[in-house]
Design a protein around this ligand. Structure first.
Ligand code: NAD
Length: 332
């Protein structure tokens, strides 16, 4: 499928991955509409696109039938990324479920009614829970540890049902952990890499919940955005579910040392109690997706981390202001 000059919708397009996807779609020549309620997203992430021809920002919520219908009107391809995050689900399970599962169901229904040609559903590696074996192909069992993982798995199932029952052309992608500029350090949206960068730049200890032997498979956000576009272009993926990762396993305690070294920080690493619902091991096998689409994530973790640190250092509000938004224990 050729994406240039077609009209696409990005739900959650003011968020971390969504805003990079918007940049990449505009580069592809698409007209892009975003629906986002700015609960975690920021208009700042889109400011450079607001006046571009064909770009449209719609402040609305995917859980409202009127907003969802308005968002999908005249859209050919939907990229569904809007969600509430993993730590949020620990303290707000019902609200998390309503957006991630019910909100997805509503967008699927409105997409079908509006005659959308394709629906790219952005799921997550959190649907797997801790790896039973590595690397993890798509056939690995799904045993999510949190309401976030469970609600994202329900959403995937709805997307599959809309393909099987109603013929909506859905593609499900499961990105593994993603990092880079515009990632969240703040409140319960905060992720390990951005939180640790903000702490290290302020000479505050990096916090590791548990013993730090937990592993993740990290991919740079611009590579993930290009991967999502590669998925949309590949008709061979319709009806399928695909991992997207670097296929490289990184223990958090090693990652903490890299962040300390690249920030030049004299801070320490502090080991604190375990995080509820924490996944102990994730390591993608994305060979199926790579083979079908030709996608590769070229950014090394070294270079990606350095770019991410540069981005945080260049924030106009200043690095100490960012620390005030960083909550340490961020799931309570
Ligand atoms: N960040 C990661 O490491 C990662 C890894 C795997 C998968 N994902 C998936 O990628 C997608 C994007 O994640 P992200 O990290 O960019 O998160 P994010 O929080 O930055 O983006 C989600 C966006 O959805 C918006 N949103 C929330 N509720 C909404 C609602 N009711 N209506 C409209 N908009 C709403 C938020 O304001 C935010 O801008 C999600 O589907 C997530 O599950 C993320």
């Amino acid at each position: 499928m050729n994406l240039s000059r077609i009209k696409v919708l990005v739900t959650g397009g003011a968020g971390f991955i969504g805003s990079h996807l918007v940049d990449a779609l505009i580069e592809e020549g698409c007209s892009v509409r975003v629906i986002d309620n700015l609960s975690n997203g920021k208009l700042d992430n889109l400011r450079h696109n607001l006046k571009k021809p064909g770009f449209e920002f719609f402040s609305g919520t995917i859980t409202d039938p009127f907003d969802a219908a308005r968002a999908v009107k005249d859209i050919e391809v939907i990229f569904h990324l809007a969600c509430l995050g993993v730590r949020h689900s620990i303290s707000h399970p019902f609200e998390n479920h309503r957006v991630n599962a019910e909100g997805t169901l509503l967008v699927l229904q409105e997409a079908l009614k509006a005659g959308a040609k394709k629906f790219i559903h952005c799921s997550t590696s959190e649907v797997y829970g801790t790896a039973g074996y590595v690397p993890m192909p798509e056939s690995h069992p799904t045993n999510p540890c949190t309401v976030y993982g469970a609600s994202k798995l329900a959403a995937e199932s709805y997307a599959r049902a809309y393909y099987k029952t109603y013929g909506l052309k859905t593609i499900i992608i499961r990105p593994f952990n993603t990092y880079g500029p515009r990632s969240h350090h703040e409140r319960d949206a905060g992720e390990f890499i951005p939180k640790s960068i903000v702490r290290a730049l302020n000479n505050e200890p990096i916090l590791i919940f548990g013993d730090g032997s937990q592993t993740r498979d990290f991919t740079y956000v611009e590579d993930i955005a290009r991967g999502i576009i590669a998925a949309a272009k590949c008709d061979d993926l319709i009806g399928g579910t695909f991992n997207m990762g670097s296929d490289f396993e990184m223990p958090l305690k090693e990652l903490a040392q890299m962040i300390l070294s690249y920030t030049g920080s004299g801070a320490a690493v502090e080991y604190v109690g375990e995080r509820p619902g924490d996944i102990l091991r994730l390591h993608a096998d994305s060979s199926l997706f790579k083979k079908r689409t030709g996608w590769r994530p070229p950014m090394s973790l070294n270079d990606g981390l350095k770019r991410t640190i540069q981005w945080f250092m260049s924030r106009p509000e200043g690095i100490s202001a960012l620390l005030e938004q960083e909550k340490g224990i961020n799931w309570e």
